[in-house]
Design a protein. Structure first.
Length: 94
């Protein structure tokens, strides 16, 4: 699958809100990403899919690693998303 086809498939799955299939696509495509930034961006997108599925533990685990170990701009994006998840969880608590 070419990068263009990969991006088109990812866009279609995102539009369809098929988060599980999108996670599988990113995981399958991981070897195609030639730089750490691209791989970390894919992991960031996987974390967002888990968030959409309500699997915040999986999302948080990935985002914490990215916030610690990734390079910019992924590191700051992960940190911001961790704050959003924490705020959402506090708002959902009774």
């Amino acid at each position: 699958m070419s990068r263009v086809e990969l991006m088109q498939e990812a866009e279609a799955l995102h539009h369809a809100r098929d988060w599980r299939a999108l996670i599988a696509l990113y995981e399958h495509a991981m070897p195609l990403y030639s730089t750490p930034l691209r791989r970390d961006a894919a992991w960031f997108n996987i974390a967002l899919c888990y968030r959409e599925l309500g699997e915040t533990a999986n999302a948080t685990r990935i985002l914490r690693r990215l916030a610690r170990e990734s390079i910019e701009p992924v590191r700051s994006g992960a940190a911001e998303e961790l704050v959003r998840l924490a705020e959402a969880e506090r708002g959902a608590s009774p």
